[in-house]
Write a protein that binds this ligand. Structure first.
Ligand code: SF4
Length: 353
C-alpha cells in the first residue's frame, strides 16, 4: 500500500511525497526491498532519464582542518595519519583535470579541507577554476567549506558551475558529529551558493548512527534546499576518528536509503560517492537500479576508489549512457505539479573534446 501510494504520487500525479508517505515506505520490511528498488528506478527514469553523470574529485589541500567532524580523517583533532599538504600547484590540479576528461567524466570538483577559504586560498582556487575551464572544457565544481556572500559571488562570477556543501546528516544528529560549527552554518552556505547563481550540490554521509526516521528527515531537509545534486556517501569508518569502530550499513540498508532518497528527491542527480565499494560490494550495480544516477569516478578524498574504466564498463553493461554534461536530464517540478527540463544557465559553455 505505501509503495502504491508513492507510485501514484510520483508517476501519475507528478508530485513529491509528504513526510508521512515517505516514512510509510521507509518502514516497510527489508524483504520488500526489490519492489522499492524497482519503483525508485522507474521514478529515476521518469524524472531524470537514463543518463548517469560522472565526476571526479581532487583533494587540492589535504588534512589539518580545524573542524572536528567525527567521520573525517582530515580533521586536525584526530590522529589519523592522513596526508597533509597545502594547496597543490596549478600544474597538479590541471593534470588531474585532464585525467578526469580522459576518463570520460564531464565535471571536475576541486575540494579543499578547510572550515572556509582565506583570501589567499580563494585566489588560488579562482586561478585553478579559470585554468581548468580554459584548458579542459570541463565543468568545474568546488567545495571550500563555509562561505561569505562576497566569496560565493566571486566563485559564481569565475564560472564555477556547482558548489558542494554537504549538510552531512540530519539536524538532530549533526551536533553529535560536529561541535566546531553548527547545522545552520551549513544551511546558510548552501543557500548562499544557490543565491549567487551556482548549482547546489548538497548531500551527506549515511551510517553515522542515524535512525531510519532520521535518514528520511535528512532527505527532506536536503529537499528543502532544492539541490541539483545530492552526493550520498556511505560511512567507511576511518582509523583514528571517533567513528572508527562504527558498523558499516548493510548493503540492503544502503540500497533502501538510496531508493528512499530517490523517492524524496525525484529530480536530483543522486551521486554514489565515498564508501560505495566498501558498503555495497557486489551490489554496486544495484545502486544504479535503486535510483542513483551519478557516480564519483576514481579516488575519493582520502580513500581509494576503483578504476574509472570499470565504472564506464559497468554503465555500458547496464545500458545507461554517460551524461554529456552536468545538469542535463534533470527535471524540475513546476507550481502546477508538472515537471520539465530547466533551461541551462546561459553562462555555461560546455565543450566536449
Ligand atoms: S568534513 Fe570538511 S570541515 Fe569537517 S573536518 Fe573534514 S575537511 Fe574539515
Amino acid at each position: 500500500m505505501p509503495l502504491a501510494t508513492a507510485e501514484r504520487a510520483l508517476l501519475e500525479e507528478r508530485r513529491t511525497l509528504t513526510r508521512e508517505e515517505a516514512m510509510a515506505v521507509a518502514r516497510l520490511p527489508l524483504d520488500e526491498l526489490p519492489a522499492l528498488v524497482a519503483l525508485a528506478h522507474r521514478v529515476r527514469l521518469s524524472w531524470c532519464g537514463a543518463e548517469v553523470e560522472l565526476e571526479s574529485l581532487i583533494n587540492a589541500k589535504s588534512g589539518a582542518c580545524a573542524e572536528d567532524c567525527a567521520f573525517c580523517s582530515q580533521s586536525a583533532h584526530f590522529e589519523t595519519g592522513v596526508d597533509v599538504y597545502p594547496f597543490l600547484d596549478l600544474d597538479e590540479v590541471l593534470g588531474a583535470a585532464r585525467a578526469t576528461r580522459d576518463a570520460g567524466a564531464t565535471q571536475f570538483c576541486i575540494v579543499v579541507a578547510v572550515r572556509g577559504p582565506s583570501e589567499r586560498l580563494l585566489g588560488r582556487v579562482l586561478d585553478a577554476v579559470r585554468v581548468v575551464r580554459e584548458e579542459t572544457g570541463l565543468e568545474v565544481a568546488v567545495s571550500l567549506g563555509l562561505l561569505e556572500p562576497d566569496q560565493a559571488r566571486r566563485l559564481a562570477d569565475a564560472g564555477v558551475r556547482r558548489y558542494n556543501h554537504n549538510l552531512e546528516t540530519c539536524r538532530e544528529v549533526f551536533p553529535q558529529v560536529c561541535t566546531t560549527h553548527g547545522y545552520d552554518d551549513r544551511v546558510a552556505t548552501a543557500r548562499l551558493a544557490a543565491e549567487a547563481g551556482m548549482e547546489l550540490c548538497c548531500g551527506g554521509i549515511l551510517g553515522l548512527g542515524e535512525t531510519l526516521e532520521q535518514r528520511v528527515d535528512f532527505a527532506f531537509e536536503l529537499a528543502a534546499l532544492d539541490p541539483v545534486e545530492v552526493p550520498i556517501n556511505l560511512l567507511d569508518p576511518r582509523p583514528g576518528t571517533p567513528l572508527a569502530n562504527r558498523e558499516l550499513l548493510t548493503p540492503r540498508e544502503a540500497l533502501q536509503a538510496i531508493a528512499l532518497f530517490r523517492l524524496i528527491l525525484p529530480g536530483a542527480w543522486i551521486r554514489l560517492a565515498g564508501g560505495r565499494e566498501k558498503v555495497l560490494g557486489e551490489l554496486q550495480a544495484m545502486g544504479l537500479y535503486a535510483g542513483a544516477n551519478a557516480l564519483i569516478v576514481g579516488n575519493y578524498l582520502t580513500t581509494l576508489g576503483r578504476a574509472p574504466e570499470d565504472d564506464v564498463a559497468l554503465l555500458e553493461s547496464l545500458g545507461m549512457p554517460v551524461a554529456t554534461g552536468p545538469g542535463e536530464g534533470r527535471f524540475v517540478v513546476a507550481a502546477d505539479g508538472t515537471h520539465a527540463l530547466p533551461p541551462k544557465p546561459p553562462r555555461i559553455q560546455l565543450r566536449v573534446e
